[in-house]
Design a protein around this ligand. Structure first.
Ligand SMILES: NC(=O)C1=CN([C@@H]2O[C@H](COP(=O)(O)OP(=O)(O)OC[C@H]3O[C@@H](n4cnc5c(N)ncnc54)[C@H](OP(=O)(O)O)[C@@H]3O)[C@@H](O)[C@H]2O)C=CC1
Ligand SMILES: O=C(O)[C@@H]1CCC=N1
Length: 280
């Protein structure tokens, strides 16, 4: 996680999450764990009280009033579901000013749509984060809108880097990023659960199975990131000739394991594209 020097003091800035659900909570908790933002500088909004205890429990403010939260904050994370976003943009547009840096995490909602629904020249950035932000192991990209200044991008890069890996991207890539990294944790959780089932089937206790499965994926991921070796070379290093692993790999290949993962990324990517078309 590289440190970035930003002239404005981010720790003095106030953040609002419009939408206080799973993604907002993951980011808010990650920011607090990283110590980049003060808890009492974060406000989250939602129509119900579902998330209130969690947000207040970590020292953040919670309100049902979107306009007030936006008016009193510098950086606004639009963290409602994509189909809810048009109504929210219409509601908050009257209080959005030059002060505000608007950051949408909504899958599939294009920058042009966001910019058109907000006052002219609004500074808008599109971000695709993922839930491992909560443990500061997120993988995010951001795409600056047409009226974003260099320092705005630096602020977002600095904030997102505190939550894990982050890079600037272009909007043409963001659906694919969504299919791979935005949705990706769900594939990994499913893989961990299935591996744990395998352990249980072969006689291991459930708790040990889940730990072994999760730590195995964590260790393998770290090896890819830290050795710089190609994943298939690392796979070959585990496969002893005539040993156990190549028998398992044969089973995976027979079942179309790689095809399924490629299809999964493609499916989520195409869904993000379909959401984008609806927003136009
Ligand atoms: N979950 C993920 O892994 C990821 C999600 N995203 C994006 O993040 C966004 C949020 O997703 P997620 O957190 O999963 O969804 P959740 O359903 O967990 O959260 C949505 C939040 O929006 C609130 N909300 C609903 N209507 C309004 C409104 N009119 N004004 C203010 N808040 C409102 C909900 O309140 P209430 O609880 O009262 O209904 C809830 O707090 C989506 O656009 C998604 O595409 C992006 C990357 C990853
Ligand atoms: O499933 C979704 O639509 C959101 C966006 C990426 C991850 N979760």
């Amino acid at each position: 996680m590289g440190e970035i020097s930003v002239k404005k003091d981010i720790s003095e800035m106030s953040l609002a999450f419009v939408g206080a659900g799973k993604m907002a909570q993951a980011m808010a908790k990650g920011f607090l764990a990283a110590g980049v933002v003060k808890a009492d500088h974060i406000t989250a909004t939602a129509p119900s009280c579902r998330s209130q205890d969690t947000l207040e429990g970590i020292g953040c403010q919670f309100t049902h009033n979107n306009k007030e939260a936006v008016a009193n904050s510098d950086i606004i994370f639009l963290s409602v579901k994509p189909h809810v976003l048009p109504g929210v943009l219409q509601e908050i547009a009257p209080v959005v000013t030059k002060r505000h840096l608007m950051v949408s995490v909504a899958a599939g909602v294009p920058l042009q749509f966001l910019e058109e629904k907000l006052p002219p020249k609004s500074r808008v950035i599109r971000v695709m984060p993922n839930t491992p932000c909560v443990v500061r192991q997120g993988a995010s990209v951001y795409v600056p809108g047409s009226h974003v200044e260099k320092e705005d991008s630096e602020i977002i890069k600095s904030l997102l880097s505190s939550l894990g890996y982050c890079s600037e991207s272009n909007e043409g890539m963001i659906s694919a990023v969504t299919g791979l990294a935005g949705s990706g944790p769900a594939y990994a959780f499913t893989a961990i659960d299935a591996l744990a089932d395998g352990g249980v089937k072969m006689g291991l206790p459930r708790e040990l199975s889940i730990k072994l499965a999760a730590q195995t994926l964590l260790g393998a991921s770290k090896m890819v990131l830290e050795t710089g070796k190609h994943p298939m070379q690392l796979k070959d290093d585990v496969c002893s000739p005539g040993g156990t692993t190549i028998y398992a790999i044969h089973k995976l290949e027979s079942g179309g394991f790689r095809n399924l993962l490629i299809d999964a990324v493609e499916g989520a990517c195409l869904r993000a594209d379909a959401i984008a078309k609806k927003a136009k």
